[in-house]
Design a binder for this molecule. Structure first.
Ligand SMILES: Nc1nc2c(ncn2[C@@H]2O[C@H](COP(=O)(O)OP(=O)(O)OP(=O)(O)O)[C@@H](O)[C@H]2O)c(=O)[nH]1
Ligand SMILES: [Mg+2]
Length: 289
C-alpha cells in the first residue's frame, strides 16, 4: 500500500514498480484508490473512480476536495464488495499495489484507513499480507522543520495502521548532487541533534569561516526563542524515543533503486515463502539430455 503526503511521488513509484515487475516477469495487480487521480502510466486493474469520483461528489454534495475524498472513502467502506469481487480471484503470485491519495488526514487521525486495512488483511475477508510503503520527499531534508513534521506523520501512520511499514525518502535524484552521501546518512534515522544544529553554521564551520547569525526580525526571534527550541526538541525527542522511523532511499529513475525497495517489500509480506513450487516442464529435462 503506497502512502504519503501529496506529491511525494506515490503514483510515480507505483508506475516504476510495475515496469520493474513486468521486466522481471512478475505478476502484479494495480489498484487505484485515489478518487481524484487524473492519469496513469499503467492502466489500473481496479479503479475507485469506477465506483465514485471526487469530482462527482464535489458537484452533487457541494463538498470541497478534502471532504469529497473522505466521503469517497466512506462510500467505499459501504461498498466493499467492489474490492472483494476483483481481489478475491487474485492469487498469491501477484503483488497487489494500492496507489493511495495524498491527503495527510487519512494517515494521521481519520479512522477510515485502519478500517479498510483490517478488511483487506483479516483472514475472514481478503486475507492479503499487507505492507505500507510511506513516501516522503527527500528534498524535505533541506528544511529541518519539514523533515521532522513529515517524520511525525510517518510515525503516526505506523502507529495508527500497525502494518509492516517501510519509510522511504523519494526523489533521491533531486538531492544526490546537492548533499554528500555521508551528510545524507544522518537523515536516514531522525536524530534530535538535527533539529538543534543550524545548517548554515555547520557549513561555515566546515569551510573554516566565522559565522554571524543573520539579524532576526520580531517573528524570527519568536521562532528561535528558547521556548520554541524546547518545543522542537521535545518533538524530535518523541521520534527518537519511539525509535520506529528510519528511511530507505528511493530514486525512481534508477531501476536498481526500485528493485532494492521491492526486495524490502517482498521481505515484509514474505512473498517468496507464499509461492507454490513450480513444476519444471518435461521439455526442459529433454533439453539437458
Ligand atoms: N525528479 C523526480 N521527480 C519525481 C519522482 N517521483 C515523482 N516525481 C515528480 O513529482 C510529482 C508528483 O509525483 P506523483 O507520482 O504524482 O506524486 P503522488 O504522491 O502520486 O501525488 P498525489 O497523488 O497528488 O498525492 C510529479 O511531477 C512527478 O514527476 C522522482 O523519483 N524523481
Ligand atoms: Mg498519485
Amino acid at each position: 500500500m503506497v502512502m504519503g503526503p501529496a506529491g511525494a511521488g506515490k503514483s510515480t513509484f507505483c508506475a516504476s514498480l510495475i515496469t520493474h515487475l513486468q521486466l522481471n516477469r512478475r505478476s502484479c495487480f494495480y489498484v487505484n484508490l485515489d478518487p481524484a487521480a487524473e492519469s496513469f502510466e499503467h492502466t489500473p486493474d481496479l479503479d475507485i473512480r469506477d465506483l465514485i469520483s471526487v469530482e462527482d461528489v464535489m458537484d452533487e454534495l457541494k463538498l470541497g476536495p478534502n471532504g469529497g475524498l473522505i466521503y469517497c472513502f466512506e462510500f467505499l467502506m459501504e461498498n466493499l464488495s467492489f474490492l472483494e469481487e476483483s481481489l478475491n480471484s487474485v492469487t498469491e503470485e501477484y503483488l497487489i499495489i494500492f496507489d493511495m491519495p495524498g491527503q495527510i488526514e487519512l494517515y494521521t487521525h481519520y479512522p477510515v484507513l485502519p478500517a479498510l486495512v483490517n478488511f483487506l488483511r483479516s483472514p475472514g475477508n481478503l486475507d492479503i499480507r499487507l505492507c505500507a510503503a510511506y513516501l516522503l520527499e527527500s528534498t524535505f531534508v533541506v528544511d529541518r522543520a519539514k523533515y521532522f513534521a513529515g517524520s511525525l506523520s510517518a510515525l503516526s501512520s505506523m502507529y495508527m495502521l500497525g502494518l509492516p511499514h517501510l519509510n522511504i525518502l523519494s526523489k533521491m535524484d533531486l538531492v544526490k548532487d546537492q548533499i554528500r552521501k555521508k551528510d545524507f546518512k544522518k537523515f536516514l534515522v531522525p536524530d534530535t541533534m538535527l533539529i538543534e544544529e543550524d545548517p548554515q553554521e555547520v557549513e561555515a564551520r566546515k569551510a573554516g569561516v566565522d559565522y554571524q547569525p543573520p539579524v532576526e526580525s520580531e517573528t524570527d526571534a519568536l521562532m528561535s526563542g528558547a521556548g520554541f527550541k524546547r518545543l522542537n526538541n521535545a518533538v524530535a525527542q518523541l521520534l527518537e524515543n519511539f525509535s520506529m522511523v528510519h528511511y530507505h532511499k528511493l530514486d525512481c529513475t534508477d531501476e536498481d533503486s526500485v528493485g532494492g525497495i521491492l526486495s524490502y517489500i517482498d521481505e515484509c509480506i514474505q512473498w517468496a515463502e507464499a509461492q507454490e513450487p513450480k513444476e519444471i516442464p518435461d521439455e526442459e529435462y529433454d533439453d539437458e539430455e
